[in-house]
Ligand binder design. Sequence first.
Ligand code: UGA
Length: 516
Amino acid sequence: MNILGINAYHANARQVGAQLSFDTRFLGLGPNLRGLHLEVEMAGRREELHADSVVGAHGASPVARTAGWPPIDIRGSAAFFSGVCLAEAGHEVICSDIDSERIAQLQASRMPIFEPHLDRILAAARNSGRISFTADAGEAIRGGEAIFICVGTPPKESGDADLSAIDHVARQIATEARTPKLVIEKSTVPARTGIELRRALTAYTRNGNLNFRVASNPEFLREGTAVEDFFHPDRIVVGVDEESSAADLREIYRPILEHRFHCPVHEGKCPPGHEGKFLVTTINSAELIKHASNSFLALKISYANVIADLCEKIGADVEEVTYAMGLDPRIGAQFLRAGLGFGGFCFPKDIQAFIHLAASVGVDFDILKAAERVNKQRIDRYHEKISKALWVIKGKRLAMLGLAFKANTDDIRFAPALEVLKRLLSEGAQVHASDPEAIAKTKSMFPQALYHEDPYEALRDADAALVCTEWECFRTLDWERAGKLMARKLVIDGRNLYRPQHMRELGFEYYSFGRD
Ligand code: UGA
């Protein structure tokens, strides 16, 4: 199978109804997917959406496609990240969306989201003709041999994953397909979804002789470092029940596995030791690996946060404790940062879905329920610190540094900062917020707050600075300068970005998590 240099693979992606979709150029026009109804709760506000999407990658032999549906915007869409990165790796990609405005935006190489490096590689792929955008799914499905499904799986009221987008795409694949397909789940789904997917494909096909192979290929990309993660994966997991499916997926990932790409992150100087493993498992295992990984990371964060609470009570320093813990390779140093806790569209929903899955098969996963509870309490703990330091919140002018759920993204879904913001506004504080990328999205949700591109403007005359996201620009802020602008030299650090002693030497009253 010849892949490299000749664009033997063609990625295709499409989202319908929400905001974005992607198609490969082979894929012709087909009926738009409409009518999926969904309610999403975001920072306390319920959004009603009608959406669906398909994303795909199509190649000479084999052909791969991806289907994707993010509920609010394309943020978090493995389909979008993967589609652009596949183009960068040398494949030919077409993206489509029924939102003509969004398509026009992408055709002009304008990124609908902020993700480091992605704008540059999207522009390069556009210029080279490896990626393009259109508005069809049906023909995309008919033209491809393999279809990646990356639709959103948001939480239902019960915490269970809403798989209606998967079901919708499966039915569309079944009805549009005219030739055998390899259908690959890329969405984060509960174990055993593959079984239902196969059942839906078989049930809805118009041609009883069509063979649908099903596989699982969970995504481990992090927002903010998605491009780096794509080109330097720790592992590529493929869950299959036929050897030919594993062989096809290995071909699709061959440029990454054999390092046959020009790394857009390190510009040819990639650090050594990044040999991603290609793991072939059963479909059930692959599905479980994604939920088990995300839940374990969430568990680790909550564990560090409980240690932080303990440190406060007994006078220890959480940074010293977690640093020493992390030196043990059995524990590992990452995801032990204490603070405001985890947010985003992955951990909170995945942990709930995993708890739900375990309960549905009679397995006690109380340990995860505790992790979730600890995480929710982080906002209470932070609010207590603010109340204690300020005495009265009403009427205070507060500088909030950080809105996004983490650094290097404009994603505010389930961002702890927004929960803090909501409470402060409801208590009558005047909030002046700053974030390098997330102001526009937050403004539309919280028009009562005031927003400043320049963090020093947010800090002007402030009674306190509240650090809510771990952006590098906040880590390196000139606090001497900031102190001269503020009405009161008070910093309540929700991300443990500064050394307490240093802040006190600068004359600040300083509070953080798990440290004196
Ligand atoms: C997460 C996983 O890390 C990815 O491997 C996975 O592919 C992705 O979900 C997904 O399921 O799509 P992501 O949500 O982008 O990625 O962000 P993370 O870097 O995992 O951070 C999640 C949250 O945890 C953030 O709010 C961050 O501030 C918080 N966090 C992280 C901590 O509070 N402490 C830490 O030590 C690390």
